[in-house]
Design a protein. Structure first.
Length: 450
């Protein structure tokens, strides 16, 4: 049986006796439904020697169970008119399916089966090792990825956020099948997961199906997150990456609080003021003036204390020092100049609009609910707009002065060097990560999709 909680913003909370939390929201605009299952496991749950294990386990859940071979898994979803995928980030791993509403039980059957019955065939493990190492090599050809990885490793000294989601090459080369399977068996349990269902269904009927598919699964032991707290940074840190490429990049990051802190609202508005659209301060000061092709400021909404990222791609011939100076001039303005009422109103309206547009489909709604519930609390959605509207000009300046300081920042340069032999650069035209907020949360967080 389930216990039903209160209805907040049309989201209804249920809990199975084995600990699986289920959040449902009926949306009858179209005959479709989405299922997202979120596991509270990501790179923050790893340790040296096992970095990248969360992402690798995600790959293995597409390789079959005794009931469904890997070929049958795909046919099961796609043959019923659905689409599916998965992604891993610092704080979570999520799997999703969007199907015609009368086929949503297909998603429940698949996810309940692979929650505890994935095979982890040794040959598939070795094949996937090659795939993931190749995936990593591809990322290493993008300056954005290389710079992000170096900056994270420099900004964090103690917390597991210091390594990337895909893991270090040496760990990917030495991890065993048992390492992966043990990690899966411990963490892929109903009491470490949240099932999100949004779409054209009757909640009572659907919950009976959820109970049938998931209710018999055994819970696991309680899983604690990392106990390490990142020490306060007490001075600027710098790192430079020199690698083949044609363009310079600059990343400037600042330590900020974990998800749910009240300072997040002014930081969100700062993000809008600095980098949302062609009238933003970064665009006018860097892109319009031919210093950068793109620039953004983005505060990570993460389970533990995270980073606010400032990132810019230089125009051809512009050096990192010039780019850094231009970025810091805009940071300084936010710290020392009060926004006009007009600029504040515009930024709040833009932030609101972006948030609302991020909920434009049943899949996006399910994704947002699961994201906030896993990282902090889905009820954050209830008060987000109200709290954004209450942000003042003084709060924006105070947040900038509190967090965007020299002693709290890490500065990273990507310095391009000419390829040996004078050939064309291997630099990818597609960024490894870029400015996107909320509706594409896993990209913004540097997430890795299957």
């Amino acid at each position: 049986m389930t216990t039903q909680g209160e209805n907040r913003s049309e989201i209804i909370e249920h809990k199975l006796l084995n600990g699986l939390k289920v959040l449902t929201k009926e949306v009858h605009a179209a005959p479709v439904a989405s299922s997202y299952i979120w596991y509270k496991v990501g790179s923050r749950n790893e340790r040296p020697g096992l970095t990248g294990v969360s992402h690798w386990v995600e790959h293995m859940l597409f390789k079959g169970t005794p009931k469904f071979s890997k070929e049958e898994l795909g046919r099961f979803i796609e043959g019923n008119g659905g689409r599916w995928n998965a992604f891993t980030s610092n704080d979570y791993t999520a799997y999703y399916e969007t199907l015609p509403a009368d086929k949503i039980s297909v998603a429940l059957a698949l996810e309940s089966d692979r929650m505890q019955n994935s095979v982890f065939d040794p040959e598939e493990v070795e094949a996937e090792r090659t795939v993931i190492l190749s995936e990593r090599e591809g990322y290493e050809n993008t300056p954005q990825f290389v710079l992000r990885e170096e900056v994270q490793a420099t900004a964090y000294k103690a917390h597991p956020y210091q390594w990337g989601i895909i893991g270090w090459p040496s760990d990917l080369k030495t991890m065993t099948r048992d390492d992966l399977y043990d990690y899966y068996r411990q963490r892929y349990v109903p009491n470490n997961a949240t099932l999100i269902l949004v779409g054209d269904f009757d909640t009572a009927d659907l919950l009976k199906q959820v109970e049938d598919y998931f209710g018999t699964l055994a819970p696991g032991e309680s899983i604690a997150g990392p106990s390490t707290i990142e020490p306060e940074q007490r001075g600027e840190r710098r790192v430079t990456v020199r690698k083949e490429g044609t363009l310079a990049y600059v990343a400037i990051v600042y330590h900020i609080p974990a998800a749910g802190h009240p300072d997040f609202y002014p930081l969100e508005v700062i993000s809008t003021v600095l980098s949302m659209g062609k009238t933003s301060r970064f665009y006018r000061a860097l892109v319009d003036k031919q210093l950068a092709t793109s620039a953004y400021f983005y505060p990570d909404f993460s389970k533990d204390a995270g980073l606010a990222w400032t990132f810019a791609e230089a125009q051809v011939g512009v050096d990192p020092t010039t780019l850094e100076k231009a970025l810091l001039e805009q940071i300084d303005r936010i710290q020392n100049e009060i926004l006009t009422e007009t600029e504040l109103e515009k930024a709040i309206n833009q932030t609101e609009a972006h948030f609302i547009f991020s909920l434009d489909s049943v899949s996006n709604q399910a994704a947002q609910i699961g994201y906030y519930e896993t990282v902090y609390d889905y009820k954050y959605l209830d008060t987000y707009l109200e709290n954004i509207r209450s942000v003042t000009r003084e709060q924006i300046r105070e947040a900038a002065q509190k967090y965007l300081t020299e002693d709290n920042r890490t500065v990273g340069y990507f310095q391009p060097v000419t390829p040996a032999g004078g050939g064309a650069s291997s630099e990818s035209a597609t960024p490894a990560f870029h400015y996107m907020r909320q509706s594409a949360f896993f990209q913004a967080q540097g997430g890795v999709e299957r």
